[in-house]
Write a protein that binds this ligand. Structure first.
Ligand code: ADP
Ligand code: MG
Ligand code: MG
Length: 251
């Protein structure tokens, strides 16, 4: 589904290479986790996949179901089925959450050549999805993320994901700043969306999220590359011993 080969990325502003040959393949139906020390390039990888400005791809490729992602605009990547939940969800004052979701869903349907949802159809869908994620209907009426608690923002991102039904979901530290209950809700939201036709890349600093979202594969990223790949036991090893031993072994 997602195939990243020898991805090299530098900052546009200054001459600084951040990703130094990332190789990663995520198959449909799988959940892959990426762990790694702060500053190893995990967020940069997700930003580059999303198409955020400020980064220059100097080598390598990234494809989604064979489609070259790096040539596409961010909204085209979304239409292809890529979804990113960010570490710091943006607040959009003046734009109602409901309006935002409807615009996003219909833009995506249009890009896919599907019929747009009318107001009644959309309302029915969003209410059902919100209820299944235990999201208060009140949250739908407020401006996007404005004044939301950390937990509410993350849940709202999971709601966006549930509404868009992407095939490749990337969650960048969606667990940071969450209390245990909010983290469980996020995990439940993800687990409810697990499907043979969908894959997840879960970037996390902590093993605890992976207690709730059981990954099939765990990667360790350090200094701009994937330095080790294993099963769920790799996350437990990190939890117990930190990154020291793993990094020393590959240095
Ligand atoms: P992680 O998410 O693994 O903590 P990041 O991708 O956020 O790592 O950062 C990787 C490295 O790139 C860090 O050293 C960080 O300081 C640097 N970096 C990322 N984006 C920028 C930027 N826009 N300007 C300067 N340095 C950046
Ligand atoms: Mg990060
Ligand atoms: Mg651009």
């Amino acid at each position: 589904m997602l195939e990243i080969k020898n991805l090299n990325v530098s900052l546009e502003e200054e001459e600084k290479q951040i990703l130094k040959g990332v190789d990663l393949t995520v198959e449909a139906g799988k959940v892959h986790a990426i762990m790694g020390p702060n500053g190893s390039g995990k967020s940069t990888l997700s930003y580059v996949l999303a198409g955020r400005d400020g980064y220059e791809v100097t080598d390598g490729s990234a494809t989604l179901d064979g489609t070259d992602l790096l040539d596409l605009e961010p909204e085209e990547r979304a239409a292809e089925g890529l979804f990113l939940a960010f570490q710091y969800p943006v607040e959009i004052p003046g734009v109602g959450n409901m309006t935002f979701l409807r615009t996003a869903v219909n833009a995506q349907r249009k890009a896919r050549g599907e019929e747009e949802l009318n107001a009644a159809e959309f309302l029915k869908l969003v209410r059902a999805k919100a209820a299944s994620l235990k999201i208060d209907a009140d949250m739908l009426k407020r401006p996007v993320n404005v004044g939301f608690s950390g937990g509410e923002k993350k849940r709202n991102e999971i709601l966006q994901m549930a509404m868009l039904e992407p095939k490749m979901c990337i969650l960048d530290e969606t667990d940071s700043g969450l209390d245990v209950d909010a983290m469980k809700l996020v995990a439940e939201g993800v687990n409810a969306l697990r499907d043979e036709g969908r894959a997840f890349l879960v970037i996390t600093h902590y093993q605890r999220l992976l207690d709730h979202i059981k990954p099939d594969v765990v990667h360790i990223m350090a200094d701009g590359r994937i330095v080790k790949t294993g099963g769920p036991e790799l996350a437990l090893e990190v939890e117990e011993n930190g990154y020291g031993d793993i990094l020393a072994a590959v240095a």
